[in-house]
Design a protein around this ligand. Structure first.
Ligand code: NAP
Length: 290
C-alpha cells in the first residue's frame, strides 16, 4: 500500500499500527521513531519495525506515510522534530484523541504538496507502551478522519484504505464536531472515573472503611478506566477545554436534578431517567460496539 511508513511514538497505539503494517504487509519498509531509549529497545526486541531511531527527522526520511502517535501535548514537538526530514508529497496523519488542538499544532510545519489528514482510532485500552499493543486492537472499531478542506481526495482514500486494512470502519467528521462528540463519549466518562476513584480512595483513608476490599462491579469498572495513562489524559483535558467544559456544565445540571429527586423522594423521576438510559446500552450492543 505504501513504500515507506514512519510511525512516531511507539506506545500502545503506534505499536498496534506497526503490528498491522507488519502482519498485513502494508508497507515495503516500516520505520519507528520514539524519543525514549527504552521504547526503542523494546521495538527492537519485539521486532516491530525494520528500523528504529530516536532521531525523528531521520525516521521520516523518504516516508510516504507518517503517523504521529504521541500524546496530544507532544504533537507540536514531534512535528517540529520530523519537519526537516519530511519529503514534499508525504501524507501526514496522527492518532490524537483531540482534533482541533492537533491541527493547530501541526499546521505551522506543513509545506505545499504535503497532505495532512488528522485521524482518531476509537480503540484503546488502559495500558500504554509498545508491549501493550496488539494487531486486533482496531478490528471492528471506528476510525474518525477529519481532513482539511484543502486535502486531496486521493490522499483521504489512501488513508481510508490503510485503516480499513487495519480492521477499522471509517467516518469522516468536522474536527470541532469530533471534539464535542468525543467529549461526551470518552473524555467526560474518564473525568468521572478519575473523580469517583479519587473520592473513594480518600474516603477509605479518612474513614478506614474497606472501600477497595469490597468494591462492587460498578466501582471496579471505574477503576479500570481510571487506570488510564495520566499523561495522555492530562493532555486531552488541556487540549479539549471548550467542549469538555460545555459538556461538564450540562452534566452538572443533570446531576443536580437527580440529587434533588433523591432528596424529594421523586421515584418517578429517578425511574424514568434510569429507564431511558437502558436504551442507549441496547443500541451499543446491537451495533456490535459493546
Ligand atoms: P503511549 O502508550 O503513552 O505512547 C506514546 C509514545 O510516544 C511513548 O512511547 C512516548 O515516549 C512517545 N513520545 C512522547 N513524546 C514524544 C515526542 N515528542 N516524540 C516522539 N515520541 C514521543 O500513548 P498511546 O496510548 O499510544 O497514545 C498515543 C496517541 O493516541 C495519543 O495522542 C492518544 O491521545 C491517542 N489515542 C490513545 C488511545 C488509548 O486508549 N490509549 C486511543 C485512541 C487514541 P515516553 O513514554 O518516553 O514519553
Amino acid at each position: 500500500m505504501f513504500d515507506r511508513i514512519a510511525i512516531i511514538g511507539m506506545g500502545l497505539i503506534g505499536s498496534s499500527i506497526a503490528r498491522n503494517v507488519r502482519e498485513k504487509g502494508l508497507a515495503k519498509t516500516l520505520v519507528a521513531g520514539d524519543l525514549s531509549e527504552d521504547v526503542c529497545h523494546a521495538v527492537v526486541e519485539l521486532d516491530l519495525a525494520d528500523y528504529v531511531t530516536r532521531d525523528l527527522a531521520r525516521a521520516v526520511e523518504g516516508a510516504d506515510l507518517v503517523i504521529l502517535a504521541v500524546p496530544v501535548g507532544a504533537m507540536a514537538a514531534a512535528m517540529r522534530g520530523i519537519a526537516p526530514g519530511l519529503k514534499d508529497n508525504v501524507i501526514i496523519s496522527d492518532t490524537g484523541s483531540v482534533k482541533m488542538a492537533v491541527i493547530e499544532a501541526v499546521r505551522p510545519y506543513l509545506r505545499a504538496g504535503m497532505e495532512f489528514i488528522p485521524a482518531h482510532p476509537i480503540a484503546g485500552t488502559e495500558f500504554s507502551g509498545p508491549e501493550s499493543g496488539f494487531a486486533k486492537l482496531f478490528q471492528g472499531r471506528w476510525c474518525i478522519l477529519t481532513p482539511m478542506p484543502e486535502t486531496e481526495i486521493r490522499a483521504v482514500e489512501k488513508l481510508t484504505q490503510f485503516w480499513e486494512a487495519c480492521g477499522s470502519m471509517i467516518e469522516i467528521m468536522e474536527p470541532a464536531h469530533h471534539d464535542l462528540v468525543l467529549g461526551i463519549t470518552s473524555h467526560l466518562p474518564h473525568l468521572i472515573a478519575y473523580t469517583i476513584v479519587g473520592t473513594a480512595t480518600e474516603l477509605e483513608e479518612d474513614t478506614k472503611s474497606e472501600v477497595i476490599k469490597f468494591s462492587a462491579s460498578g466501582f471496579r469498572d471505574f477503576t479500570r478506566i481510571a487506570a488510564s495513562d495520566p499523561v495522555m489524559w492530562r493532555d486531552v483535558f488541556l487540549n479539549n477545554k471548550v467542549a469538555v467544559l460545555e459538556i461538564l456544565q450540562r452534566f452538572t445540571e443533570d446531576l443536580t436534578a437527580l440529587q434533588k429527586a433523591i432528596r424529594q423522594g421523586d421515584g418517578d423521576y429517578l425511574y424514568q431517567t434510569f429507564d431511558k438510559t437502558r436504551a442507549i446500552r441496547k443500541a451499543i450492543v446491537d451495533q456490535g460496539q459493546a
